[in-house]
Structures are given as C-alpha cells and as structure tokens.
Write a protein that binds this ligand. Structure first.
Ligand code: APR
Length: 231
C-alpha cells in the first residue's frame, strides 16, 4: 500500500478566503515581497512586517478549513499506509480540518520566535516590536515564518519522506519557489507516482504523471474518494 506525501500551497486555502501569492490580485500584487517576506525587509521596517503578518494571522483565524482540507484529513484517518502533508502554507487549516501529520516547511503564522534566545511560543493576535519573549523578556520577537533567503524548516525530514514516498501529490502550488518546486523531481527519481491537483498548470506540471485540473474543493475530495475506493 502507498506511502503518500502531499505538498500543499496557497491554492488549497484559496476557497477558504485566504489569498494566494501569484494569482491575479494575489498578495505579491498588493505588497512588495522584499519589504515583508525577507530578513532585510524585517530589519528595515519591523513594524511594517509585523503589520503584514498580523493581518494574515487575523485572516487565518477568521477562515475555516474547506472540503479539500477535510478530504486530506479523511485520507490520513482511513489510509492504511502513511499520509504526510508537507505544506508551504503558514495557516493552520490542515490541523483544524483534523490532519495530524503536517510539516510546515515555511513556518506558522500562529507561532512567534524570539531572535534573542530562540524560544517559540503561540503568537499573540497582534505582534509588534515591543512584544516581549516569555522566556528571556527581550523585545526581539518575529513571526515564526520562513522568509525568502532563509532555509525552510525540517528539510532533512522532508528528504527522507520523499525517499520513501510511493505516491506524491502537489495541490494548489504554482511550482515557482524552491526547494518545494523540486520535490516532484525527487519523488520521481525514486519511482513514486506523481499527481498534480491545481486550478491551472503549475510551472512544473510537465513532471507529473497525472494532472487533475479544477478547484481544490472539487478535485481533492474526488481524488481521495478514488484512492479510498481502490485500496
Ligand atoms: N484550487 C486549486 N488551485 C488553486 C486555486 C483553487 N481554488 N486557486 C489558486 N490555485 C493555484 C494557482 O493556480 C497557483 O498554481 O494555487 C497556486 C498558488 O500559487 P502561489 O500563489 O504561487 O502559491 P504557492 O505556490 O503556495 O507559493 C509558494 O511562495 O511566496 C512564497 O512562501 C510563499 O509559500 C509560498 C510560496
């Protein structure tokens, strides 16, 4: 039976009302990512960056998981083999839908990180440059998210997962940001079957054995139902 690794991107949360980055009107149309998603931007204007993530944290809190998140939770619960979600998303909609094996390679907007002592804690709704670290009291907090130019989290673990995956799926990601965009090639190299579920072809669509076009809330439940019916 299959060991399944599922990479998700902003597209799986789009129908929950959370913006994507590169679709028309996406976040990178609204904000300059150099200002709000790089260490240099944070050093230049931490208040602007805190404001950006405070807004995204509020959006996440008011959003609800959709049928695609729910279908992946159902798959994890019913599948006899291992199902692991590796998400680029910083929202917690997978967890709130009931998924347990979730790897946040770009961090989580609900977490805060102290740049002084490395302590992590549940972020307050509104973070600012004055937010004190509960462990060392320094006012040196940042959102616990991975910015451009920083190393994504848990990459060794992800590499091991891709080594043993027999089925790799990518859902709602444009395939434009590495290392995530390279996962399909790693999975193929060791013989995994590959499927892309997306509203439109990603930049790496050509590397997938199967393409399923359409909104995640339609395609992901269908895909999960087919997998469970076949096992
Ligand atoms: N259903 C399925 N796919 C969708 C839907 C939907 N309802 N809406 C949008 N999509 C697809 C788009 O076609 C696109 O391929 O989701 C993808 C969104 O792409 P991006 O906005 O680039 O988001 P993502 O791939 O997650 O970005 C990767 O870039 O900015 C960084 O750190 C950020 O994690 C993010 C990374």
């Amino acid at each position: 039976m299959d060991n399944i690794v599922i990479l998700t991107g902003a597209g799986i949360s789009a129908e929950s009302g959370l913006g994507t980055f590169r679709d028309a009107g996406g976040l990178w149309d609204e904000y300059d990512l150099d200002d709000v998603a790089t260490p240099e931007g944070f050093a230049r204007d931490p208040a602007l960056v805190h404001g950006f993530y405070n807004a995204r944290r509020a959006n996440c809190l008011s959003a609800a998981p959709n049928a695609a998140h729910a279908a992946l939770a159902r798959l994890e619960a019913a599948w006899p083999g291992r199902v692991t979600i590796v998400t680029q998303n910083i929202d917690d909609l997978h967890e709130r839908a009931g998924s347990h094996r979730v790897v946040h390679m770009h961090g989580e907007v609900r977490k805060a990180l102290c740049t002084g002592c490395g302590h992590r804690w549940d972020a307050p709704a509104e973070m600012s440059v004055a937010t004190p670290c509960p462990a060392c009291t320094a006012a040196r907090a940042r959102p616990d998210v991975v910015w451009f130019g920083e190393m994504p989290y848990r990459m060794e673990e992800i590499g091991a997962l891709l080594e043993t995956a027999t089925l790799f799926a990518a859902i709602g990601t444009s395939g434009t940001v590495y290392p995530a965009a390279g996962f399909v090639a790693e999975a193929r190299r060791q013989g995994a079957r590959t499927v892309e579920l997306n509203a439109e072809p990603s930049e790496v669509a050509g590397l997938f054995g199967t393409l399923r076009r359409g909104p995640a809330t339609r395609e992901v439940p269908r895909w999960v139902d087919e997998l469970l019916a076949r096992q």
